[in-house]
Design a protein around this ligand. Structure first.
Ligand SMILES: Nc1nc2c(ncn2[C@@H]2O[C@H](COP(=O)(O)OP(=O)(O)OP(=O)(O)O)[C@@H](O)[C@H]2O)c(=O)[nH]1
Ligand SMILES: C[S@@+](CC[C@H](N)C(=O)[O-])C[C@H]1O[C@@H](n2cnc3c(N)ncnc32)[C@H](O)[C@@H]1O
Ligand code: SF4
Ligand code: SF4
Length: 318
């Protein structure tokens, strides 16, 4: 079992399968050039699998594939199947911008994927295009519909930004409610790579806007990143508020990047290279590095102290 020095059980790993992305979201990578790591620097699926098998044997029971945009990496369904076959009861999920989901949802479901979390920041085509710097809304909604059609469980993620999409909170909530999926509103996490004009909306402001139309009660907190609420008519939505001082108390996760680095926390730049150990076939060394990463997880992020992170979300997988 993996326990950190604050007694938090680490049973969740987020795996970024590629840093590449076909969007340029204002809050994530607005100015990143389209030049990327050469292929030989990226872990092969077999190398990732070797490591994840070890992590599963140490107590990891939830794996989320993310990116960059994970659906840009070829044969993702093959990787999903490797993980599913090794441990069919894994909570095996994907976080995607949804652009290619229409094409891949069925393949992924058939390979053993259970859940998909999708980014949806606006229901207005021109606002969605401003945020992603690309005309995306139509395809994203088609991707959502296809994921539901093939039987994947879906959640929506919305990063709320002042003056950009903060007037759409109720519309987005009602869109999700009509589709029968949970939506989580995310506080923008201040990041050096983001567009400088992006300003966060605090969770309290988001909840106040929802309270103008709906009565809701908070559900008991588990170790998910989100707080969940239930409206009087039984709809569940969530809030992800990394600026809240309690946010990190339930942290149960570490991250693996496509380049082979393990990352103890989303805020900090600290990382541990496991690529060499994996390429040498040195599983003992990889296991030691895994334990070191868990041992060095910080107690909390510095967004709570109004600091700005320098770590790129698209490398870390969010
Ligand atoms: N600060 C911080 N943000 C996180 C963490 N985990 C997830 N998030 C953010 O929460 C948002 C949604 O994350 P998802 O990729 O949907 O994953 P998840 O919240 O673990 O999903 P579920 O398993 O469905 O609860 C993203 O913006 C992430 O960056 C975390 O450990 N720390
Ligand atoms: C880095 S993306 C990778 C997966 C996929 N491309 C997507 O957009 O869903 C993962 C998550 O990070 C979130 N994210 C990126 N930058 C963020 C920021 N500065 N603050 C809050 N969330 C952010 C996105 O909204 C998304 O939910
Ligand atoms: S949030 Fe996801 S879709 Fe948007 S730029 Fe970052 S990696 Fe790409
Ligand atoms: S900010 Fe760091 S410590 Fe806090 S929940 Fe996220 S990964 Fe865990």
């Amino acid at each position: 079992m993996l326990i950190d020095k604050f007694e938090r059980k680490i049973d969740y790993i987020r795996v970024s399968v590629t840093s590449r992305c076909n969007f340029r979201c204002l809050y994530c990578m607005p100015n990143t050039p389209f030049e990327w790591e050469p292929h030989e620097n990226i872990l092969r699926y077999e190398e990732m699998f070797e490591f994840l098998r070890l992590a599963i044997d140490e107590g990891i029971n939830k794996i989320r594939l993310t990116g960059g945009e994970p659906l840009l990496r070829k044969d993702l369904d093959v990787f999903v199947k490797m993980l599913h076959d090794y441990r069919p009861d894994l909570d095996l999920a994907l976080t995607t911008n949804g652009y290619y989901l229409k094409e891949y949802a069925k393949k992924l479901k058939d390979a053993g994927l259970k859940r998909v979390n999708m980014s949806l920041d606006s229901l207005k085509p021109e606002v969605a295009a401003k945020i992603a710097q690309k005309d995306v809304l139509n395809r994203v909604i088609q991707g959502l519909d296809e994921a539901l059609k093939v039987g994947l469980k879906v959640k929506l993620n919305t990063v709320v930004m002042q003056g950009i999409n903060d007037t759409e909170i109720l519309d987005l909530l009602e869109f999700a409610k009509n589709k029968g999926v949970t939506i989580r509103f995310i506080e923008f996490m201040e990041n050096e790579r983001a567009y400088p004009g992006v300003k966060r909306v605090d969770s309290k402001v988001i909840l106040d806007k929802i309270a103008k139309k709906y009565k809701f009660k908070e559900l008991p907190k588990d170790n998910s990143a989100s707080r969940y609420f239930e409206t009087e008519d039984g709809y569940v939505f969530g809030i992800i508020e990394p600026h809240n001082e309690d946010f990190c108390k339930s942290c149960n996760r570490i991250r693996l990047t496509a380049e082979g680095y393990l990352i103890p926390c989303l805020f900090f730049t600290e990382s541990y290279n496991i690529k060499e150990a994996l390429r040498e076939g040195n599983i003992q060394k990889a296991s030691e590095i895994l334990r070191e990463v868990v041992a060095n997880k910080p107690e909390k992020n510095d967004w709570q102290d109004e600091e700005v992170s320098t770590r790129a979300f698209w490398e870390t997988g969010g």
